[in-house]
Design a protein around this ligand. Sequence first.
Ligand SMILES: Cc1ncc(COP(=O)(O)O)c(C=O)c1O
Length: 445
Amino acid sequence: MQRKLTRSNEHFHKAISKLPLGVTSNFRYWGDDRTIYVKRAKGGRLWDIDDNEYVDYRLGYGPAILGYADPRVDEAARQGQEIGGVFALSTEREYEVAKRISSMVPAAELVRFSNSGTEAVMAALRLARAFTGKDSHIVVEGGYHGIFDSVLWYVDIEQWGDTDEPPIEAGCDGIPQVLKPLTHFTPLNDADYLEHLLKKYGKDVGAFLIEPIMGNCCSITATAEYLRDARALCERYGVIMIVDEVKTGFRVAKGGVQELFGFKADLCTFAKAMGNGYPISALGGREDIMRIIGDRVIHGGTYTCHSVSLAAAQKTLEILDETDALETIATYGRRLRDGLGSILKSRGIPHCFVGHPSMSGLFFSETPPSNYRDWVDTDYTFYDTMAPHLHDLGVLCEPDSREPWFICEAHDESCLTHTLKAFEKAVDITLDELDDEPLRAQAAH
Ligand SMILES: Cc1ncc(COP(=O)(O)O)c(C=O)c1O
């Protein structure tokens, strides 16, 4: 059963005349006849311009943690509008929100606000370079840290020949090749390899950039032991540990992955969940590092701390900090895993869920992946085939299997019932389509 996308298709042909790919982010283009345009969204649901209704597990890649158009946050945002916007001056509220962040995330001794995750990570890297006087950084394979030149590189594991280290490629054209020698990659959960890199390049490496639950790579998760070792190595080699919590921050725990695993970053970055969708991000960190902002390092921007976004962030953080919203989210996430898992299990499909229940990766193997190389080695045909069927059946997951399924506080019983029904159908359609004999044989036992 296929959805009607008549209006979305028509709009796509109009939009493409004025907008590259007909959209405003490359990732929003899903093909000429499958790109959808949104009419509205509310709670855990979204409607496209053809009036197709979806239970949404993308949530804009995570921001809508309380649900779309949350009345408590929107009311605060309206009050923020009364203040007037941006002034190239500061307001008292910035201090209040910074204080809340510091109390939730102790590593964020001082805070600076920006508009997007990209800007926060960009500021963190600059600060680390300035503080250490070292220009290179080490980043975890398979991670995504935004759209700026220094981090838009990837390791091409599939093309790796007999060289010591896998080849590093630019994420797209236009990224200056002169930046390439500044980036080194390490697989997650391999402290020996990290140490090997630090021994080899350590005198030039100012930062180690890590997202301990990889929100752009199936939620593959660092072990507590690895984080402890990496933390110690950063100290030994004089490297700033930047923990990118753009997706995990205020989601996997009030204090993010740092609370979950019991460690402290030198610098950490937040965005997404902190404003329930209003554009705001934050860089937090050790006071001695953060104090060089304003002394030797420039940080700012015309739109930083817009009064609407700041008021929305204040309310969102208050709710996340003072209510049981995160428990509600994790409970739904666990029930979703149980439901999806029993459907897959009953059909003999090997799988496991990865990461935190509030942002689950679905991995098609019984053993959870420990790094990006495990993901590259896994067959994702099943997921790739199933995702469009889920869309047709009213469940909006990311077509890219690396993206986790995000949960919000507004996902309710009716969302879960709908999702499980649709998932069961989509799995069966996919099995028929792939005519998967080994899976069918397994299922018969
Ligand atoms: C871990 C991480 N860091 C940084 C970014 C960049 O954030 P933004 O898209 O707000 O620039 C993202 C975006 O998905 C992310 O997931």
